[in-house]
Design a protein around this ligand. Structure first.
Ligand code: 5RP
Length: 227
């Protein structure tokens, strides 16, 4: 199977978890898109809360009713992709620059299920550069403080401003993304806590203790992982 076929299998398996009447968080990225398509194909009476403008556009085009996070109360289930999945279902997310809305929707959900191809599962986080969302004002100053903070957690690296076609990438919230090439992250919780405390950082792509299970597309079918 190709990685995309594995993503599709995981997305379709996750759509089977949805029940009529649920309010469902809709993730962002190519794997989440397979979930959204499979969910739409089931034609259930559900309401979706999109984690990005891109996902909102896709879901709307497929006829899924959308609802604003402000109007939902707690969501029943969120299904989303990830860039890396390590033991304990520690995740790196944000490769699609949607990490803030994703984390907000995840935080508002009873259950969060991560879906991915087998290549995303690793013994340790850090091969994928960690996305960090920062406010645009003074972002170079914030980046310098991220470098200093990373050193204190044993990571010798400079964050790289994410660009596309020569221009800085803007998130749906109008912020910027810096990617921190961490290498192995020895203590993800310590790094997450330090980033949470850094002025100018809006949020980061470490999703720890949030996923209740992972559905991984593999050549031997969809495998379920638990924390
Ligand atoms: C977007 C994300 C995505 O879930 C992550 O980048 C995985 O993307 P894909 O399913 O396309 O591999 O976190 O911000």
């Amino acid at each position: 199977m190709t990685a995309d076929e594995q993503k599709r299998a995981a997305g379709e398996a996750a759509a089977e978890l949805v029940e009529p009447g649920m309010t469902v968080g809709l993730g962002t990225g190519s794997t989440a898109a397979w979930f959204v398509k499979a969910l739409a194909a089931r034609n259930l009476p559900v309401r979706g809360v999109p984690t990005s403008e891109a996902t909102a556009t896709l879901a709307r085009s497929l006829g899924i009713e959308l609802i604003d996070l402000n109007d939902t109360g707690t969501l029943d289930l969120t299904v989303d992709g990830a860039d890396e999945i390590a033991p304990g279902l520690a995740l790196i997310k944000g490769g699609g620059a949607a990490l803030l809305r994703e984390k907000l929707v995840w935080a508002g959900s009873y259950r969060c299920v991560v879906i991915a191809d087998a290549g995303k599962v690793l013994p340790r986080l850090g091969r994928f550069p960690l996305p960090i969302e920062v406010v645009a004002f003074g972002h170079k100053s914030t980046a310098a403080r991220i470098t200093a903070l990373a050193w204190t957690t044993g990571i010798i690296a400079d964050p790289v401003l994410r660009t596309s076609n020569g221009a800085p990438v803007r998130t749906d919230g109008g912020n910027l993304i810096y990617d921190l090439p961490c290498g192995a992250i020895e203590d993800p919780a310590a790094l997450a806590a330090a980033l949470n405390d850094l002025t100018g950082v809006v949020d980061h792509g470490l999703f720890l203790g949030l996923a209740e299970r992972a559905l991984i597309g593999t050549d031997r079918g969809v495998v379920t992982l638990y924390p």
